[in-house]
Design a protein around this ligand. Structure first.
Ligand SMILES: Nc1ncnc2c1ncn2[C@@H]1O[C@H](COP(=O)(O)OP(=O)(O)O)[C@@H](O)[C@H]1O
Ligand SMILES: [Mg+2]
Length: 196
C-alpha cells in the first residue's frame, strides 16, 4: 500500500476517535487478546469506565476503513498497518491506548511490544478467557441477535479456526476469565496504569 494512502487512513481513523483523554506523563499501551466471544470488548469497556482510555477496537475500525469488510488477508494487512500507525501517533502524543483485537499470534504481538518500546510507553498485556461452552453460547447469541455495541461478526466457525492458530503469550500478562467477576482484574490493571 502506498504511504499517502496509509497516512490518509491514519488521519481518518484518528478523526473518528473523537476527543482524546488527557495525555499521561508516561503513555500506556494495553493490549487485550483472546478468542472471539471471550469478552475482550466487554473487559475493555469496563476498564475504560474506570480509567479513560482510547479504545481501538479493530472490529469497529475495520468497518470505518472499508464499507463491506471481507476479512481477507489483504484487508487485514491494510487494517493492521494503519492501526500500528494510529497507535504510534497516539502514544507519541501521550494518550493511554487500549487495543481490542484477537492478537493471537506472537509475531503480531511483537510489533506492539516494539511500538511500546519505541515510544517509551508502559506495556500491559491482558488475555481474556472463557470456558469454551460459554464463548460458544455468546457467539450463538451474537449471531441470533447482535447487541448494538457489538461490532464483531465472528461466530463459532471463526472461533474454531482461530483456536488452532492461537499461541501462548510469552511475556508477563494478566489473565481474566470473563465467565467470573472481572472487577478484581480491572482494578489490578487500573493500578498498573497508574504506576502501581
Ligand atoms: N463478564 C461478562 N459478563 C457478562 N457478559 C459478558 C461478559 N463478558 C462478555 N460478555 C458478553 O459476551 C458477549 C461477547 O463478549 P465480547 O466482549 O463481545 O467478546 P469479544 O470482544 O472477545 O468477541 C457480549 O455480548 C458481552 O456483552
Ligand atoms: Mg470484540
Amino acid at each position: 500500500m502506498d504511504q499517502r494512502q496509509a497516512l490518509r487512513d491514519t488521519d481518518h481513523l484518528i478523526a473518528g476517535l473523537g476527543i482524546l483523554p488527557d495525555p499521561l506523563a508516561r503513555p500506556v499501551l494495553i493490549v487485550v487478546s483472546g478468542l472471539p466471544g471471550t469478552g475482550k470488548s466487554f473487559f475493555s469497556r469496563s476498564l475504560a469506565r474506570q480509567f479513560p482510555l482510547v479504545i481501538l477496537e479493530t472490529d469497529l475500525l475495520r468497518q470505518r476503513l472499508v464499507a463491506r469488510p471481507t476479512h481477507s488477508t489483504e484487508e487485514s494487512q491494510r487494517l493492521f498497518a494503519v492501526v500500528h500507525l494510529v497507535i504510534e501517533r497516539l502514544l507519541r502524543g501521550g494518550a493511554p491506548v487500549l487495543l481490542d483485537a484477537t492478537n493471537l499470534v506472537e509475531r503480531h504481538r511483537e510489533i506492539l511490544y516494539h511500538l511500546a518500546e519505541q515510544t517509551g510507553a508502559k506495556l500491559i498485556l491482558v488475555q481474556t478467557r472463557a470456558p469454551r461452552e460459554v464463548a460458544m453460547q455468546r457467539l450463538r447469541a451474537r449471531a441470533e441477535q447482535p447487541a448494538p455495541q457489538d461490532h464483531s461478526t465472528a461466530g463459532v466457525e471463526v472461533y474454531q479456526r482461530m483456536r488452532l492458530v492461537a499461541e501462548p503469550i510469552r511475556r508477563r500478562h494478566y489473565v481474566v476469565d470473563t465467565s467470573k467477576d472481572i472487577s478484581p482484574t480491572v482494578a489490578r490493571v487500573v493500578r498498573a496504569i497508574s504506576g502501581g
